[in-house]
Design a protein around this ligand. Structure first.
Ligand code: ADP
Length: 430
């Protein structure tokens, strides 16, 4: 795997405890950048690099190659920026890992459960990266931690608009991140918790319950604990959602990235036995624009259908009769308390299943295929709390023939017939 001929090669010699940060230009025309470790040892977000192997990073990648002992690295191609930084919070992050590992050891000794950790902070402070780092360090010392992904805008596990949990069994791949096999995924339906905070909290509780059940039967999972990645919305209901999550998961540790007020608020509002720790963000974390985030979301959906890097999937396109499926939206529009029917609360409306009549406006919407058993019409209990088994996108709707065309990862027929509509749309440009 020789680097492409004609690519510019730049060598960087790194002293111990420094990192090389580089960014690959965004956009389709962008040229990939390759990176090779020549001497010494280094890691990318907690995953160790092999020497003399060329790692390839595509458009928009933002990478840090960190070394504890010193190393030299070659970059091939033209990164948008590339510089070496001596100011990194890595030592603090490593100490955090060491403290969590102590807690796991103690849990092992005392037959208790391992640390449940919630990572919080505003957007673009490196929450996902810190989660990845702590999870990779934990598996490297033989643990089996669980990643709980509550960031419905930028999920590292599934498509946007979902919350999920994933057992981590090996360190993240340097180029591709964690291998996503058999995650537990729930439908939320939009990219911000604010669109339906009741549903968001409900799903958080569902995940916490499933995780606790697993811990009861699986000692390794229990000792490994979990690392919870959260949304960047830290005010108002967003803050309340964090407090709810801490209680649902009975978290032991909260890592607050770069937000002193949030740190103080959580210290004040969480039970005293919860350790709330303020950590600095890395200067390397790059702020992403709205467009950048939207593109990342689109890319995530594209990957779900078409694959990623070396792996190409060939999705199917087929017709589905309206009469064969039931489509719901979770949550009725909120109405003033005074207009609610007697005995009904706002909670009920936000968790209500509202039947959707298929029409042209369904086109391009992402639909989750619920794993709930296909019951009688009206037997809808448990759909909100059921995991999803996959996603389809509506590519065309014919109201005349009462048929819609869908893009699906698997051939027809659909495994289940209860579909949940997302606010999120995907236009297939392939
Ligand atoms: P958040 O989860 O808080 O929104 P992320 O962890 O996704 O933030 O980080 C935002 C971006 O910054 C990601 O593209 C990530 O790869 C990049 N990044 C994180 N840490 C560093 C670093 N030390 N150097 C360079 N880029 C980094």
């Amino acid at each position: 795997d020789a680097p492409a001929a004609g690519k510019v090669c730049t060598r960087f010699d790194l002293e111990k405890e420094t990192e090389l940060r580089f960014e690959v230009e965004a956009g389709e025309a962008a040229e990939q950048v390759e990176m090779e470790l020549l001497t010494g040892m280094a890691e990318v977000f907690g995953s160790e690099l092999n020497r003399n192997k060329k790692y390839t990073f595509g458009a928009g990648s933002k990478i840090a190659v960190f070394t504890w002992q010193g190393c030299s690295v070659n970059l091939y191609g033209k990164p948008e920026v590339a510089y070496v930084s001596k100011e990194t919070p890595m030592l603090l992050y490593l100490n955090t890992h060491a403290a969590l590992e102590q807690m796991r050891k103690q849990a092992e000794r005392d037959n208790e459960r391992g640390p449940r950790v919630m990572v919080v902070g505003p957007t673009d402070v490196g929450k996902s990266t810190v989660c990845r780092l702590l999870l990779s360090y934990a598996v490297r010392v033989g643990r089996r931690p669980t990643l709980v992904e509550l960031d419905v805008g930028q999920s590292g596990v599934s498509v946007p608009g979902t919350v999920s949990a994933l057992c981590i069994e090996r360190p993240a791949d340097v180029e591709e991140g964690f291998s996503v096999q058999a995650p537990l995924v729930y439908h939320f339906g939009s990219t911000t918790p604010g669109t339906n905070i009741k549903l968001y909290n409900k799903l958080t509780s569902c995940l916490a319950e499933v995780f606790s059940q697993r811990c009861e039967v699986n000692r390794k999972a229990s000792v490994g604990g979990c690392i919870i990645n959260t949304c960047g919305w830290v005010k108002g209901s967003g803050y309340q959602a964090l407090v709810h999550c801490a209680s649902a998961f009975q978290v032991d540790v909260v890592l607050v990235l770069d937000h002193e007020r949030l740190y103080n608020e959580l210290k004040r509002d969480l039970p005293h036995f919860v350790r709330v720790v303020l950590l600095p963000k890395s200067g390397g974390v790059v702020e992403r624009s709205k467009e950048c985030r939207r593109d990342a979301r689109d890319e995530k959906i594209r990957e779900y259908f078409y694959g990623f890097r070396g792996v190409t999937f060939y999705p199917f396109s087929f017709e589905v009769r309206f009469s064969d499926v039931r489509i719901y939206k979770i949550g009725a529009p909120s109405i003033p308390d005074s207009c609610l029917p007697l005995g009904m609360s706002q909670d009920d409306t936000q968790l209500k299943l509202v039947p959707v009549t298929p029409g042209r406006d369904l086109t391009y919407h992402v639909l989750s295929v619920s794993s709930a058993e296909d019951g009688e019409e009206g037997v809808r209990k448990g759909i909100v709390e059921s995991p999803v088994c996959g996603f389809i996108v509506v590519t065309n709707v014919d109201t005349q023939t009462q048929v819609m065309k869908v893009l699906s990862p698997a051939p027809r027929p659909l495994p289940r017939h209860t579909l949940l509509i997302m606010d999120i749309r995907f236009m297939d440009m392939k």
